[in-house]
Design a protein. Structure first.
Length: 250
């Protein structure tokens, strides 16, 4: 009987360690800067993008965030939401290729937004909301390269873009997927609704910098589920070992 208990205890230990390892990996995977929602329809109008910036340092605070908007596929009509404790500086650039719209030809667009003056402490995150008038309709995704500066002078460059089929890079840039336009009869991929965007804005405004960075993304949840599966398999292996040890005596 003692041998049976030892076998089961060892199996449980292995399962617990495996689960903890997977969950730890999930925490790391969710710690980079992200943009929400994850997708919009091409050419979508009057929406909101939320840039979520978690603090990864234990002994330093995030004191500066710089988000670079692409100018080869510009985002038009950008407006910055006032952020408690932060000051936003918006930089515009001349477009190489002007964009024709129903309201006329656009020759300039926002190319950079810099937030300073605030602080994101250890184990915390901050949501920065940006409204837009129109997204481009001539590309499948937009990468928003971001620089995160800490109080100790360290700068994390979230600027890497993964090639098709490659694993996620170590410091990935926030990427917004652009789906097919929704047709008049309702076919095609739906755009993220303005009401959902407004909800995101309200959530971002109500969330203070004391919010926990444990608010993981879909990747982290997937890894967490995988960890639970590993734990179940470990317990099953222990039970199987007990049955085998009893079979000769039977």
């Amino acid at each position: 009987m003692s041998a049976h208990r030892t076998t089961l205890r060892r199996a449980g230990t292995v399962a617990a360690l495996a689960t903890a390892g997977v969950l730890a990996a999930a925490g790391v995977a969710s710690a980079h800067v992200t943009v929400h929602p994850e997708s919009y329809a091409k050419g979508a109008t009057d929406g909101v993008l939320t840039f979520r910036v978690p603090n990864e340092e234990d002994k330093a605070s995030t004191t500066k965030v710089q988000v670079y908007l692409p100018t080869d596929h510009p985002v038009l009509g950008v407006l910055v939401t006032p952020q408690n404790g932060w000051t936003a500086k918006v930089t515009t650039s001349k477009l190489k290729t002007p964009v024709k719209t129903d309201d006329g030809t656009i020759t300039d667009a926002v190319s950079q937004i810099t937030w300073t003056g605030g602080k994101i402490g250890a184990g915390q995150y901050e949501d920065f909301n940006v409204a837009f008038g129109q997204l481009p309709d001539d590309t499948d995704q937009l990468a928003f390269k971001t620089l995160q500066t800490y109080s100790d002078g360290n700068v994390v460059r979230w600027i890497e873009e993964a090639a098709a089929g490659d694993d996620e890079p170590e410091n990935p840039a926030p990427v917004l997927k652009l789906t097919a336009k929704e047709s008049e009869d309702g076919d095609g991929a739906p755009a993220a609704s303005a009401s959902a965007a407004a909800g995101s804005t309200k959530s971002g405004s109500d969330t203070s910098s004391s919010s926990s960075a444990s608010d993981s993304d879909s990747t982290a949840r997937g890894l967490g589920i995988a960890g639970l599966i590993v734990g179940v398999l470990g317990l099953a292996a222990g039970a199987f070992a007990i049955v085998r040890s009893r079979t000769p005596r039977s």
